[in-house]
Design a protein around this ligand. Sequence first.
Ligand code: ZN
Length: 444
Amino acid sequence: MKGTQIEALSYQAPQTLGDDIFSLAGRLFPICRSITGQGVRTTLRLLQAVVPLKIHEVPTGTQVFDWIIPSEWNIRDAYIKDRSGRRIVDFQKSNLHVVNYSVPVCASMPLAALKPHLHSRPELPNAIPYRTSYYDRQWGFCLSHKQFQSLRDDRYDVVIDSTLENGSLTYGEFFHPGATRDEFLLSAHVCHPSLANDNCSGLALLAILAATLSKTKTRYSYRFVFAPGTIGAIAWLWRNRERAQYIKHGLVVSCVGDAGGPTYKRSRIGNAQIDRVMAHIVRRTGPSSKVVDFFPYGYDERQYCSPGFNLPVGSFCRSQYGTFPEYHTSADNLDLIRSEYLASSFDIIADAINTVENNHDAVLSHQQMCELQLGKWELYDALRQQGTQTDLMTLLWVLNLADGTRSLLDIAERADAPFSKVFSAFQILRSKGLVAGSAVDGST
Ligand code: ZN
């Protein structure tokens, strides 16, 4: 396998990349998704136009670890009408108006009886909050606090035309085979209705990343999972519990389109290769970047990092969930996300993929005693060549640390240099037969 050249992600058209992700997120945005139902299927079908996802159905009632796949929820309409027959709260205007997974209701009631079913956020008086009630059978409406305060003491007609029936939970999966069985998992939750950053941004980014990767030759195999939060990831892990051992790196991706962060949350392991790679990349992006330790809350990293799996799966976002004011409200709309931030998030994940793809272990220079005479080996010429992506200092770091005990990632960390520069210096030295190292697929 000597000399195998696998360049993971030399993707084209970076100018339109952010716009492409934004446009796909925009098409996903209006759909009313939940943990089960047609909304998830419609979403996955839209993603299939970008990448050939395989769609899986897990029947209602299936036991998955400590959980049971719940009923399938579908909704056609919902509203609150005042006495004049006017829809004052209308699901057709925003699917956030209905508590997600609400049981059906058709009733007339005074405001006092309706009030316990109404949800608003006084601290965000103009935004409709996003609420769910999956495992506690309820119904309810969400509305802006401003509207809530304006409701008159009157009788209201209340309708939620939903169904909760036997059906299935749906998830989508795309697998890109690489040179080895070892896998890189990329996972995004697909259960939120009209919220742009959380998580139309993550779904769109990963679909376009999957399509990009599918055209390249990789060392690792790549598995993309688009599943409903919590129960979807649990169902996926149940069905793939034997195969999970091949996951060597992973990222849960959400909230990747806003101006904050970027933020990386470590896996439960804490110092897995993905933790080191992401910390190395994210910290170099600027002063608002953040690397935080694992904690047992958040998105599906909770399942992937449960002790029985303990997979090296971290979580990547820009502003971390729960920390931005628009989070889980109607203010998380397409105005919150921007092409440039989506493109930047894509670049960070692509950088992580390139790093694990091109990392080499046991990097060894053939000249261990004293420095090489760089001129003799035409290394100054090589550094001066057009398109060279490294510099003399990085080259000197590689030569000095190439004692057979370190990986290229170790060298990048010690040199405090972007991995791509270190890899480029390694490639120059390797092309002249001056250093060697071994990649994950056994190539040198
Ligand atoms: Zn969320």
